[in-house]
Design a protein around this ligand. Structure first.
Ligand code: XIL
Length: 397
């Protein structure tokens, strides 16, 4: 029976929350859920609320607020860049572990779990690797050996310290790519063929028997037409189903959750349905990189509240849709935001034509925005019978 393969973290989580909430409800200090952190409120449901962290910001002596909020509001952290291949091995054979190590140590000090990000991705690869392949000095066979070595070395170093690993990231094309029929895209598929995906999961599992191994992608928050030729969620669903059928040790599917208020986006029931369908494959789910950006028109930049307010409102609504769906589905183990404050968000640097921003849950001065309060109320008002403790799969061997 499928259920036997699952263990519940709910009991542990409830115990932890009881410990966090032992402040007696006296007349002078009644229990006030709104004064609790997102982390504490998430644990009421066994849900980890996480954030991506920038190592430069954590180390910035002049920015203590960043460290304080990263430590206090979240129960999980993801290195925003420090565990990417170009950061870890900028020169062939010479590893730069310090920023990744520091991230893991920060999490340990603050009793947070770590989402490892990322083992295999076509972006942020070291120049020596991509140029070696381009000029033919690295053969296909050597490339495969290098990938195996990279995965083994990194997973081994952090063995026992990583809760969830993003093993493969963004392997699937988008409808605006060429050809528009969805396919496996990018450096790895082009050089090794799609078989690298199963290999990567197997190599990661060989190095760490306990970490939950995830596939991670964007634009898979809800199903579309149901045709894998143009519905990315369906494509990823079929891929996951195929990998599971082959016995590949994939334990979870992460939905990044990069949304924009200018798009239609989804409602809670659509997102819930997608999470449920993935859970039906026996895998965990998670939101791994949530942010909701908006276009920064001249009026927004000039501080015009008539343009700013609807953006903040729509951003909050989208954060909330993903949170409610996650809460409603017991396989949804974590909800991670991709940076928590607008002064450290990747959005303006990445989406600059037209400029986008306002994507996170705190403003540039670390003041909580509507999105923060909505997430908080979602966590406060949730409970049985609709919202139940999380169920974690046993790592697949
Ligand atoms: C982004 C980082 O936030 C930026 O600092 C970096 O310059 C580019 O990458 N999907 C992912 C993340 O899986 O790793 C990306 O992070 C954002 C999109």
């Amino acid at each position: 029976m499928k259920l036997r393969q699952w263990t519940t973290v709910g009991v542990v989580a409830v115990a932890t929350v009881a410990a966090l909430n032992t402040v007696p409800a006296t007349a002078s200090r009644p229990y006030d859920p709104t004064a609790q952190s997102l982390a504490a409120l998430g644990l009421r449901h066994g849900l980890q609320v996480g954030t991506a962290v920038s190592i430069d910001a954590l180390n910035d002596a002049s920015d203590p607020q960043y460290r304080r909020l990263a430590a206090s509001e979240f129960s999980s952290v993801t290195a925003e860049n420090a565990m990417k291949w170009e950061s870890l091995e900028p020169t062939r054979g010479a590893y730069n572990w310090a920023p990744a190590d520091q991230t893991v140590e920060f999490a340990k000090r603050n009793r947070q779990s770590v989402r490892g990000h990322v083992l295999v991705w076509h972006n942020q690869l070291p120049g020596w690797l991509t140029s070696g392949v381009a000029d033919g000095s690295i053969s296909k066979q050597e490339l495969r050996d290098l990938l195996r070595k990279h995965i083994t070395t990194v997973v081994n170093r952090y063995k026992g310290k990583i809760w969830q690993w993003d093993v493969v990231n963004e392997a699937v094309s988008d409808p605006w790519d060429t050809p528009s029929t969805l396919h496996y895209k990018g450096f790895w598929a082009e050089n090794l063929g799609p078989g690298y995906i199963a290999d990567a999961f197997r190599w990661a599992r060989a190095a760490d028997p306990k970490a939950l191994l995830f596939y991670n992608d964007y634009n898979i928050e809800a199903f579309g037409s149901g045709n894998p030729a143009d519905d990315k969620t369906q494509f990823v669903y079929d891929m996951t189903k195929g990998l599971r059928a082959q016995g590949v040790p994939i334990d979870g599917v992460g939905s990044q959750g990069h949304l924009g208020t200018q798009y239609g986006n989804y409602d809670t029931l659509q997102v819930t349905a997608a999470l449920k369908k993935f859970s039906g494959l026996g895998v965990a789910t998670a939101f791994t990189e949530v942010d909701v950006r908006s276009q920064m028109t001249a009026a927004v930049q000039a501080g015009n509240s008539e343009e700013i307010n609807p953006r903040l409102q729509a951003s909050a609504a989208n954060f909330s849709v993903l949170m409610k769906a996650c809460l409603a589905v017991r396989s949804c183990l974590s909800y991670t935001v991709w940076g928590f404050s607008d002064n450290h968000s990747w959005v303006p640097g990445w989406f600059d034509d037209p400029l986008e921003g306002l994507a996170t849950i705190y403003d540039e001065n670390y003041q909580p925005k509507r999105a923060y309060h909505e997430l908080k109320s979602d966590l406060i008002f949730a409970g049985p019978p609709y919202v139940l403790p999380r169920i974690t799969p046993k790592p697949r061997r």
